[in-house]
Design a binder for this molecule. Structure first.
Ligand code: PAF
Length: 283
């Protein structure tokens, strides 16, 4: 595996491979890699001639300084994991490589970036769009892989690619979970043992809600999930909404869409966890 820090070098290496007719798969990450990322990397390596991964903790997508400062970083361990998962090129740039000048672009994704995470983390998705569009421009991948855990992020990246005609295929990959059901996240590293045990209530409530979907209205089910999670004293729901999977608009009745998805954000102490469940997949 090649580790490249410079933009011109990675662009050169990848364009040479593409000129030889090779497909290039890309997995953008912020490091602190876990099995969820490695699932994306293995799939990327299996489906493409070359697998490129980036590690860059993007400052423009953090609207909270504390969150940026405490975001886990462990490049040495990440390199070992990527080698064993089949990554060919790791692009690990500095901030000045990605942002030689401040990025002042403002994206507009309509409703997609205004609701849920967009409402609670103003500017977050603009920062994600800034960095992902730059990375796409540097790497020019054939395919790019994103986890469905960040359901709203995936919808926004699809929209960005559509709006700007970026020639890349976006591949969404199912949420990787621990045996217990807990969605894998770099932030799980910051949970205490008690916090981690409490956090299991999140996926339990989401999976439980699937079985109640036919018995409860949308608003009753929302209240049920929120109560269930909040009944653990270590957890506090920031929001739980049930939305259409494409428009991300809240639904009021189940018959409004065949693809309803329930998206939740929960604080466990100062650790912010997200998860979601796609009701359409089970009904
Ligand atoms: O999902 C993430 O880890 C980040 O938002 C991404 C896509 C790597 C952009 O910084």
């Amino acid at each position: 595996m090649k580790v490249i820090e410079k933009t011109f070098e990675v662009t050169g290496a990848v364009s040479l491979l593409e000129s030889q007719g090779k497909t290039v798969g890309f997995v953008p990450t912020m490091g602190a890699l876990h099995e969820g990322h490695l699932t994306l990397v293995r799939r990327c390596a299996a489906e493409n001639d070359v697998c490129v991964v980036s590690i860059f903790v993007n400052p423009t997508q953090f609207n909270n300084k504390h969150d940026l400062e405490t975001y886990p970083r462990n490049l040495e361990a990440d390199i070992k994991l990527l080698q064993s998962a089949g990554c060919d090129v790791l692009f690990a740039p500095s901030e000045s490589e990605i942002y030689p000048e401040p990025d002042t672009r403002r994206f507009d994704f309509g409703t997609l970036d205004k609701v849920m995470e967009g409402a609670y983390r103003p500017g977050h998705f603009n920062g994600v769009a800034q960095v992902v569009s730059r990375l796409f421009n540097i790497i020019k991948p054939t395919r790019a892989y994103f986890g469905e855990k960040d359901f709203q992020q995936l919808a926004i990246i699809r929209e960005m690619v559509k709006q700007y005609n970026v020639p890349v295929e976006i591949v969404g990959c199912p949420i990787a979970r621990e045996e217990s059901g807990l969605a894998l996240s770099s932030r799980n590293q910051r949970l205490s043992a008690e916090g981690k045990a409490a956090a299991l209530s999140i996926s339990k409530a989401l999976f439980g809600s699937v079985y109640l979907k036919n018995e409860k209205s949308v608003s009753e089910l929302k209240a049920w999930v929120i109560d269930k999670i909040n009944s653990d004293p270590m957890l506090e729901v920031e929001y739980f909404d049930i939305v259409d999977a494409l428009s991300l608009e809240s639904i009021e009745n189940w018959d409004e869409t065949d693809n309803a998805v329930g998206c939740v954000t929960v604080y466990c102490g100062d650790v912010r966890l997200i998860d979601n469940i796609q009701y359409g997949k089970f009904n």
